[in-house]
Design a binder for this molecule. Structure first.
Ligand SMILES: C[S@@+](CC[C@H](N)C(=O)[O-])C[C@H]1O[C@@H](n2cnc3c(N)ncnc32)[C@H](O)[C@@H]1O
Length: 181
């Protein structure tokens, strides 16, 4: 509960503990990802076409999460519109997903479908979400923005439900379409 007596899953000790640990582990990720990006940028400067997919795989051990402020903003926005069906691309280790799943729970239930194209990250995200006690509101797919986003969107379309909230924290690397309707 928040101070006004509204449900606030972000105050759940399990959720707080997982977010605290994930932010502690991610400290310095931006600097480390900057270093890891250097060879990619050099290739670009030389006029070559380095693979963005390979670059993301080189950064597979980095979380690069939304900040606590951004996450809280996402939570509050999802709460304000009563979102129950959320799609996100770029789940990484699941920080943003935890904010979305918390909002969904406080809105009365629903599902966030997270998508991430690096399998090891998906496994880590699933474990983090389980530890936060939010697994019932989350499905995470090994899926790529563009080539597979229609399939992810269709997961809700099958139930004749709209997507209430779409978050994209990923880059289109192979082309394709987002959603068809
Ligand atoms: C900045 S991180 C996302 C952070 C995450 N939203 C969070 O708050 O923890 C970007 C993630 O998007 C993933 N990604 C990048 N391009 C993608 C694509 N085309 N399809 C799926 N995932 C992608 C990367 O592997 C990386 O884990």
């Amino acid at each position: 509960m928040d101070q006004a007596g509204n449900p606030c899953t972000l105050k759940d000790p399990k959720v707080e503990a997982v977010l605290e640990r994930l932010y502690r582990e991610a400290r310095g990720d931006e600097l480390r990802s900057g270093w890891k990006l250097l060879p990619y940028l050099v290739q670009k400067l030389l006029g070559r076409k380095p693979s963005m997919t390979d670059q993301y795989h080189r950064m597979a051990d980095l979380s690069i999460p939304v900040s606590a402020g951004q996450g809280t903003f996402a939570y509050l926005t999802a709460r304000a519109i009563g979102a129950r069906r959320i799609v996100e691309f770029g789940t990484s280790f699941g920080v943003s997903t935890i904010y979305f799943a918390s909002a969904i729970r406080d809105n009365g239930g629903g599902m966030v479908i997270g998508s991430e194209f690096i399998e090891s990250k998906v496994e880590r995200a699933r474990a983090n979400i389980l530890e936060a006690g939010l697994a019932d509101a989350v499905e995470i797919r090994v899926s790529e923005l563009g080539s597979q986003s229609v399939a992810v969107g269709a997961a809700f379309a099958e139930t004749n439900s709209n997507i209430d909230f779409y978050d994209q924290d990923a880059i289109m690397v192979t082309g394709g379409v987002f959603f068809k309707w």
